[in-house]
Design a protein around this ligand. Sequence first.
Ligand code: FES
Ligand code: FES
Length: 408
Amino acid sequence: MKSTLQRFTKRSEENPVYRIEADETREISFTVNGKEATVNVAPRVLLSDALRQHLGLTGTHIGCEHGVCGMCTVIVDGEAARSCLILACQVEGSEIMTVEGLGTPDDLHPLQESFGANHALQCGFCTPGMLMSAYDLLEHEETLDRDDIADQMSGVLCRCTGYRNIVEAVSQVAEEYPDERPAPRNCGSGQHLSHGCGVTGVANPGISQDSLIRSRDTITLPTSEPTMVVEVETVVETDADEIWTIMQDTEQLARCLPGAELIEDFGNDKYVGRIKVALGPVKLSFLGDVHVVVRDQENKRIVALVEAADKGGGSVQAEVDLVIDEHPQGSVIRALGNVHMTGRIAQFGRSLGQDAVRDMFLQFTSALDATARGEEIADVGSASAFGMAKQIIKGRISGLSNKMTRKK
Ligand code: FES
Ligand code: FES
């Protein structure tokens, strides 16, 4: 069997070599769990990071990042490989399977069933690496005895459970399926299972803020499932016409968005802006483009596309659909956001991300309401997921109902 280095060195010799600068990015397309994926990555980005941070496939764990522990094992073109030792730009055109492709919660792969039945995991941190390594072993070895399994699985380290149980789990599957090894259950289904809901498509982590803004005539969102979908609605005292009037004034609108700053208006409803977001101790400052693609006077509806990057390498792409309707107590403002996130911000998880977006929306609508009533809006500095509602909302929507619903 060729080493990972040999296989990818050969790949480099077969393909033309391009020289790109460290801060440039390159679009790389490959197949993950039977589904096409494209990432836009800097040349230094590891496959493990591309899978986790760009595609949201956090089932692949990272331990040592030195090729020692085996946590990050995935299948590349039919062979087990440590994804922390491969650069994402080396897998152009490859077929990759991660632990998400092995099975689903409703349809586990026999190896996953067997690990559960044999208590072959404790904290579970090594389990994705163990499962992928075991899958590779079953695929390549026609006959296996327990000593072989222990030997061949020794490339994945477990810190807390008994190796005997792991060997037993793999051995049982090998005995149960002597002729034809069980196929993966979630490849080619078009569904990734992940923290990021199966994010695929083009994303822009690694793009510097300066190169992001002014560089796009149009914003193209990834075609895949968003990292999160947030659906929120709130009722404010001001009537729908007045709220709509404020929403036509982009400067006023930007002032109502917590932590936001309008930097430049390019005309044609294209803007550059900055927004500061605080997620606990982590402070992020996103700079990017906002394009209003629908401004529907009759239905009081605005649809905007957003593409922004943080200096730390995170990026957010979103479609935000805002609609204002009449309400017996004033008006109701509804927002639907399809948000794609990569980098540090994506690691906070859907729940916290949804809380942050929901709270930002509440601040935004209460500020709109306050502006319509001629009140001064407090400067909140950064949008924050923690305690943010205290600063603006206080007293502004008293007695009115807030109804929020979440998706996913
Ligand atoms: S994280 Fe890849 S081998 Fe340890
Ligand atoms: S089950 Fe905890 S590291 Fe293996």
